[in-house]
Design a binder for this molecule. Structure first.
Ligand code: ADP
Ligand code: MG
Length: 300
């Protein structure tokens, strides 16, 4: 490979909106055969909205929302932003928070003062997180989970003092360009996978909308395990590209043969990647692969 041709390829990439870390990246780009796509913020807009607040029997809707939003105020997760905005739109004053911890890929916890002036250890996050903390959901909220997941939404549970107090239903939408981008990846002979920490039904709903085989949907994956999914595909002999935007994608992006970060994503994801899709348009991922193939075939 002549350095000049590689430099030209890199320059052409910049014109297309692809920032390439070094000319040698084009070589791994050319060989990719599997593309692992993060769901939230990569295939979907990541601009989540609060679709519903369902209090547990005997609980107050506004109280559940103002307590959850108070804790989520400390998180930068798209789910957190949706909940805080939802509380603001309902005109609620957020509850006072004393302690706050982010539980990466699971939710948030902390000490919050409820309307009656008492302080409680509160958990907001994946329904499984509440179950693990011995805050049972009860049959009514369990039914809400099933219903929310059936629509492709993400249910977030809120609990304190021995029980779940409600479920917040958060929804996201697929980017208009995602289906086309994934079709173009297929046209290049690549196999797309969808990888997410979100629930399997929400993941399958998105996969359906963008044309990813349900067999290639990998859901309920904890942030620390995303990298293992990439390693497993590599162990099967695949050359793996990963596309992601979040802090939770960084290890997987670094381990993939080709890490592609959304330019709209976090700095951590961008630093871990070999190339950046500057405008966050997924259609630029197939452009990058086509560019690498073309650049290197003129060299050979
Ligand atoms: P993704 O892989 O789609 O980017 P994450 O790994 O960031 O998703 O999150 C996985 C799941 O963890 C979310 O679907 C949600 O259920 C839960 N979760 C993560 N952070 C929060 C938070 N701040 N508040 C509530 N739930 C959260
Ligand atoms: Mg993401």
């Amino acid at each position: 490979a002549t350095p000049t041709a590689l430099m030209v390829g890199t320059g052409r990439g910049a014109q297309l909106g692809i920032l390439i870390k070094g000319p040698e990246v084009l070589e791994s780009t050319r060989q990719v055969d599997a593309v692992v796509l993060d769901k939230t913020g990569t295939v979907t807009t990541g601009q989540m909205t609060l679709a519903d607040v369902v209090p547990a029997p005997g609980e107050d809707r506004d109280e559940v929302l103002r307590v959850a939003a108070a804790l989520e105020h400390g998180s930068e997760h798209p789910i957190a932003r949706a909940i805080v905005t939802g509380a603001e739109e309902s005109g609620l004053e957020l509850a006072a928070v004393e302690g706050f911890t982010n539980v990466e890929g699971l939710g948030v916890q902390g000490v919050v003062t409820t309307s009656d002036g008492e302080s409680h250890a509160v958990v907001v996050g994946r329904p499984q997180l509440l179950a693990d903390w011995a805050l049972p959901l009860g049959p009514e909220l369990e039914a809400t989970l099933v219903q929310a997941r059936g629509t492709g939404a993400t249910p977030v549970a809120v609990g304190w003092d021995g029980k779940a107090r409600g479920v917040l239903v958060v929804s996201d939408s697929v980017k208009p360009s995602s289906a086309q981008a994934i079709q173009r990846l297929r046209d290049l002979g690549l196999t797309p996978y969808l990888l997410t920490g979100d629930n399997a039904e929400a993941a399958r709903t998105v996969a359906d909308q963008v044309g990813i085989d349900p067999a290639n949907v990998i859901a309920d994956v904890l942030p620390a395990d995303k990298v293992n999914v990439v390693a497993r595909l590599q162990a099967e002999g695949k050359v793996v590209a990963m596309v992601g935007d979040g802090v939770n994608d960084a290890a997987a992006l670094a381990t993939a043969d080709l890490g592609m970060a959304m330019g709209t994503g976090t700095d951590v994801a961008i630093e871990a990647s070999d190339l950046t899709l500057v405008r966050g348009d997924l259609r630029v991922a197939p452009d990058a692969i086509r560019l690498a193939r073309r650049t290197l075939s003129t060299i050979k």
